[in-house]
Write a protein that binds this ligand. Structure first.
Ligand SMILES: [Zn+2]
Ligand SMILES: [Zn+2]
Length: 259
């Protein structure tokens, strides 16, 4: 597999092309559904609300497979298996549903002789343009002060990055699937909910620009950027990739990504 920074650079044009050329329909949400779901802690978009165009999804999945596997002769078999899933719309729909709802992909991955992690990476990459478009449409409807949960208010995904706001240093989480951002407690683990300050800590880099929050309870970590310490405009999705060294350091210290 190509290295992640290179991979990310290759994925950007595919994803932005998908955003501009595909029709991404308004999600089918009745007006009173929105406040009701938010009050109950239910993310706004269930799988059935997505109204995906499966031909478009299949097309994007095929492009991502090609891009991920083209430089690696060890992945030829995997590429064929992944491509077989994308060719069968009902299987593809089943895989996307399972991925979206957080169910295991191991049975279908084994059936097609592909690695479950690689399958999840392909699906997540192909779905991102759709989910991020939905997240931009719906995020303004979320009352940030009242959500503050460990999962995304739009798609229910887990966070994989955080930032401290420029104005007041409040901690926000960023969704690993749709890039939605939501306000969260500064002293709570975003994975297991631990609030015991003696088992929560963070490390900073020399300039105090980045933080690595760790939880001793579930041994997970989350990376963060302190926007009070940055001068120029920051792309959060790009920061995720630019900070891959922090992931290595966290893993070397025995922590896991929590996703
Ligand atoms: Zn999300
Ligand atoms: Zn934890």
């Amino acid at each position: 597999m190509p290295d992640f920074i290179e991979l990310f650079r290759r994925l950007v044009p595919i994803q932005s092309e998908a955003r501009s050329s595909f029709t991404i329909p308004e999600p089918s949400l009745a007006e009173d559904t929105i406040p009701h779901r938010l009050a109950e802690g239910i993310p706004l978009l269930s799988f059935n609300d997505l109204r995906l165009d499966w031909a478009q999804v299949a097309n994007l999945v095929q492009k991502v497979i090609l891009l991920l596997t083209k430089d690696s002769s060890d992945l030829i078999k995997e590429a064929q298996g992944l491509s077989n899933i994308a060719c069968n719309v009902s299987h593809l729909e089943g895989v996307v549903r399972a991925w979206y709802e957080g169910s295991s992909l191991s049975v279908i991955a084994a059936e097609y002789h592909v690695d479950g992690g690689l399958l999840a990476l392909v699906i997540g990459t192909a779905l991102r343009p759709f989910l991020s478009a939905y997240s931009e449409m719906l995020l303004p409807l979320v009352s940030q002060e009242s959500w503050r949960r460990k999962y995304c208010p739009i798609c229910g995904g887990k966070p994989d990055f955080a930032f401290l706001a420029k104005q007041n240093g409040a901690r926000w989480l960023v969704c690993s699937r749709c890039d939605a951002q939501w306000l969260f407690q500064r002293l709570e683990c975003p994975y297991c909910g631990n609030r015991n300050q003696s088992s929560l800590a963070y490390f900073t880099d020399d300039e105090g620009r980045y933080r690595l929050y760790v939880c001793e309870e579930c041994r997970s970590y989350i990376k963060a950027i302190d926007l009070r310490r940055t001068e120029s405009e920051v792309s959060l999705p790009m920061e995720r990739i630019l900070t891959l060294d922090m992931d290595r350091q966290a893993r070397d210290a025995g922590y896991d990504s929590g996703i």
